[in-house]
Ligand binder design. Structure first.
Ligand code: ZN
Length: 188
């Protein structure tokens, strides 16, 4: 079983410099075919994802693995106790978007690594990509609407990019306003 820590930019009222360094790293490709160590990394990411009910996706750097692996739900987004059947989630290794289409759509996003905030982010409603699945098989996929958003979010993590980097409107709870104002509006 995995009881992996999820790295967050801040916890309580504390900025976490070590986590920032990890989350801001551009991740490396896995080698194909996957070696034993890489298979273990994929398993650790999936296991960690499956122990949680509070995220629709997870990227390897969020648990300190600086490799290009993401896992995400492809249905049941509103369920807190989702089934976690293998067909309800997908793993992508070394994903590359080959086509992004449609008018950008804005929506609020949260992130396990940016607790307590939400950011309005514009994303493509349709993407095509090439990647490898969790076993290392070459795949080509097409995603639309919410799943496309989730995949773009998780792929951002592999570049060290987070929701706060998109420049969208930011929302955070009043009781933490002083802390977040200090981070996001330092001139005040
Ligand atoms: Zn995230």
């Amino acid at each position: 079983m995995s009881d992996q820590k999820i790295y967050t930019l801040w916890s309580d009222d504390q900025i976490d410099e070590e986590s920032i360094r990890i989350l801001r790293t551009t991740c490396e490709d896995l080698s194909l075919p996957l070696n034993r160590e890489e298979q273990e990394m994929v398993r650790t990411l999936v296991d960690t994802f499956l122990t949680r009910d509070d995220g629709v996706g997870l990227a390897a750097p969020q648990i300190g693995i600086l490799k290009r692996i993401v896992v995400f739900r492809n249905k049941g987004f509103d369920e807190r106790n989702w089934s976690k059947k293998p067909e309800d989630y997908e793993v992508l290794i070394n994903p590359r978007i080959t086509q992004a289409r449609g008018d950008l759509v804005s929506a609020l996003e949260g992130c396990l690594s940016c607790p307590d905030i939400q950011v309005e982010i514009a994303r493509y409603p349709e993407i095509k990509l090439r990647a490898y699945d969790g076993k290392g098989n070459k795949i080509a996929k097409r995603y639309s609407d919410y799943v496309a958003r989730v995949v773009q979010h998780e792929m951002d993590h592999l570049e060290g990019k987070l929701i706060i980097d998109h420049g969208g409107a930011l929302y955070y709870p009043k009781k933490k306003q002083a802390f977040f104002d200090k981070i996001f509006q330092p001139e005040k």
